[in-house]
Design a protein around this ligand. Structure first.
Ligand code: HEC
Length: 187
């Protein structure tokens, strides 16, 4: 019998030939247990209730946006990928530049507010070629010549094509009244 178990015969009991003692839990163990509970409470309040600090997900999104902005600033726009396109769609300067290109090159067919004319309404939830960042970029870049949508990548260059695609992405969900829905509904 170990030293800890000596002298506590009073709270010892036997069940099925197994001797049980009622020893107090070691202090270091209890301190650790209550410490973690206390820590988790602080963590929960900080990140999820008062939101006084960025969660890892927020930090990742911020890093992606910063990386995309840095690439745009350097004039490198090609092959940024869907996350960067989404980040660009949140960036005020990109939206302004994209909107200017849109007025110049696209409004004649898609309308001033992208509400649709000859080309589809780009503010509704219906997409012929898909409303995901990649799909929108692809249709703008390569066009659908047999249906009257020109390919833009050769004339605008990769960077401007991405900027105007980001602008189109930023219009998603505006649901402006205009041309009747075309294609499949997406959320
Ligand atoms: C000459 C007219 C014309 C111009 C200019 C034009 N488009 Fe289009 N666009 C169309 C037509 C027509 C379609 C639909 C093609 C179809 O029905 O298959 C289309 C389709 C699209 C789609 C796909 C919509 C969907 O529902 O999937 C996007 C995105 C788009 N255009 C963006 C642009 C952007 C951005 C510009 C300017 C850089 C532009 N278009 C300029 C005529 C045009």
């Amino acid at each position: 019998m170990s030293a800890e178990h000596q002298g506590d015969q009073a709270d010892r009991h036997v069940y099925d030939d197994i001797v049980e003692h009622d020893n107090p839990l070691p202090r270091w163990w209890l301190v650790t247990l209550y410490g973690t509970i206390f820590f988790s409470l602080g963590y929960y309040l900080h990140f999820h209730v008062f939101k006084t600090g960025p969660t890892p997900t927020d930090e990742l999104a911020a890093e992606n946006t910063a990386a995309a902005k840095a690439l745009i600033a350097q004039g490198k726009g090609a092959n940024l990928g869907p996350e960067a396109l989404l980040a660009m769609a949140q960036d005020e300067k990109t939206i302004q530049e994209g909107s200017a290109t849109f007025q110049q090159m696209c409004a004649s067919c898609h309308g001033d507010k992208a509400e649709g004319k000859i080309g589809p309404n780009l503010t509704d939830q219906y997409w012929i070629y898909g409303g995901k960042p990649d799909s929108i970029y692809k249709v703008i870049s390569q066009g659908v010549s047999e249906k009257g949508m020109p390919a833009w990548e050769t004339s605008l260059g990769p960077r401007k094509t991405q900027v105007v695609a980001a602008y189109v992405l930023s219009l998603k969900g505006k649901n402006l009244p205009g041309k009747e829905p075309q294609g499949q509904q997406e959320d």
